[in-house]
Design a protein around this ligand. Structure first.
Ligand code: URP
Ligand code: ZN
Ligand code: ZN
Ligand code: ZN
Length: 468
């Protein structure tokens, strides 16, 4: 099977160029000068005139089926990867979980069992370590060597659930420094947060808004700085701060990067577009729809503006979604009368490519930075490049034809995620995913879905390209 994507403008890290993309089987065979490709024959032709052709999105932070707070994230690998495909994402990196007390490899096997045969797009795993001990450190080496898992998430938040203390963090970082893995950090001071949570509940402050109020930006900044310090003590172990939301945390990352340190960070669309005030304005218990950690920040502080700037300067290298959806009914509602029982998370895997494109329309980012932050850099950061993340000969033919003259209206009636609400209800994007190609197969076209569950493959990852 050959496919020619004709007439579009290909966007890559070095800029935009008019080029026709020739696909043979699952791979990109060539980028052709448009005048030359008149002579090329292909089995199928996609007309991309007036549109951008970009590498398929890579969402490096999702939580399909994650057990949390007595329930589980509402998207399965099947529904979540299908929604991702609709939104122009052709690879996810999900988080397999070692629960505290569990053997790391058993946690990984459980995640493979959830995903295998169910994914619509390609997928890889990071590993959450819920109990760093000698066995877990050995398992890190084994996962890097044999399983294609080269990044490990630790939590400074959630005492009693996933939490690691500073000693555990340091030991995991030392191991990562040795085997070349990346440490990903949920940087919030969970011990201090738990004190604030208990005090708020004792005062009768039980509404969803107190979730954010008891997780102040200062405790994200403190934890981020501490993680950076611990990584330096571990001989500059590569460190990646996840779901960064606070200006102070970004400053700490920027300072480390100015020193040439192996410190990286991502942010998520919710921190660029949604605020604590949106949550506060929601009637009744509906503020629970925007409960996530790190929390949404106040519009009266410069966080969102600073995050856009961080994306421009590369102090924020990646935009991921932290897709962790829960329905309002029966899931978010578990926290009625006690905000600390609201399952944490926002679903957004379908909307990342569009929401960050809106940043281009709004003058926040260049086209090249759009593509870098949603596809190229995540591929490089997590050892998938150049198989993924670039429109170039030899790479997987994961392509999105993006229509800058289209419109996307986000809402529960039209989205494909398994959620009974949208955190972005009513948001309109000045752009639209037109066609999605995954390993040479057209899976979204003309507003129709042509993919199928089980076609997505597990990707073994290499070490980060950014490792020094
Ligand atoms: O609220 C969030 N972020 N839920 C998912 C788990 C995590 O900490 O990433
Ligand atoms: Zn987290
Ligand atoms: Zn997460
Ligand atoms: Zn069709």
């Amino acid at each position: 099977m050959s496919l020619l994507v004709k007439g579009g403008t290909v966007i890559g890290p070095t800029g935009a160029q008019p080029a026709d993309v020739l696909v043979e089987g699952e791979k990109i065979a060539a980028l052709l000068d448009p005048s030359y490709s008149q002579t090329v024959q292909a089995d199928e032709v996609i007309d991309a005139t007036g549109k951008y052709v970009i590498p398929g999105g890579i969402d490096a932070h999702t939580h399909m089926e994650l057990p949390f707070g007595g329930t589980a994230a509402s998207d399965t690998f099947e529904t979540g990867t299908r929604a991702a495909a609709w939104g122009g994402t052709t690879t996810i990196i999900d988080f397999a979980v070692q629960r505290t007390g569990e053997v790391v490899q058993d946690g990984l096997a459980a995640w493979h069992a959830k995903a295998e045969g169910n994914c619509h797009i390609d997928y890889a795993f990071h590993m959450i370590l819920g109990g760093v001990d000698t066995d877990a450190l050995k398992a890190m080496d084994q996962l890097v060597a044999d399983e294609g898992i080269t990044s490990f998430k630790l939590f400074m938040a959630y005492p009693g659930v996933f939490y690691s203390d500073d000693g555990q963090i340091l030991r995991a970082m030392q191991t990562a420094r040795e085997n070349g893995a990346m440490i990903m950090m949920h940087a919030e001071n969970g011990i201090a947060i738990d004190v604030l949570v208990q005090q708020a509940l004792a005062r009768g402050e039980t509404d969803p808004i107190y979730h954010g109020i008891t997780r102040p930006a200062a405790l994200e900044t403190e934890a981020t700085s501490r993680a950076i310090t611990l990584a330096s003590v571990a001989q500059d172990c590569p460190l990646y701060i996840v779901h960064l939301s606070a200006s102070g945390a970004l400053e700490a990352v920027a300072e480390a990067r100015d020193q040439g340190r192996n410190v990286f960070a991502e942010t998520c669309p919710q921190y660029l577009y949604l605020t604590l005030e949106d949550q506060l304005g929601a009637p009744g218990f509906e503020g629970a729809k925007w409960v996530c950690s790190t929390p949404l920040r106040s519009k009266h502080e410069p966080h969102a503006k600073d995050l856009w700037k961080g994306l421009r300067s590369n102090d924020l290298a990646v935009v991921s979604t932290d897709h962790c959806p829960f329905c309002f009914k029966d899931q978010k509602e578990l926290g009625v009368g006690d905000f600390s029982k609201i399952p944490n998370g926002i679903g957004g895997v379908e909307h990342r490519v569009d929401l960050i494109y809106q940043g281009v329309v709004d003058g926040q980012l260049s086209l090249e930075r759009w593509v870098e932050t949603i596809a190229t850099t995540p591929a490089r950061m997590f050892g998938l490049y150049p198989q993924k993340g670039i429109v170039a000969p030899g790479s997987d033919a994961d392509l999105v034809v993006y229509d800058p003259n289209g419109t996307t209206r986000i809402g529960v009636e039209t989205h494909h995620m398994n959620m009974d609400y949208s955190a972005y209800e009513g948001t309109e994007i000045a752009g639209r995913v037109d066609t999605v190609v995954s390993r040479g197969e057209v899976i979204v076209a003309d507003g129709n879905y042509h993919g199928r569950k089980g076609r997505g493959k597990y990707l073994r990852r290499g070490l980060s390209s950014y490792l020094v």
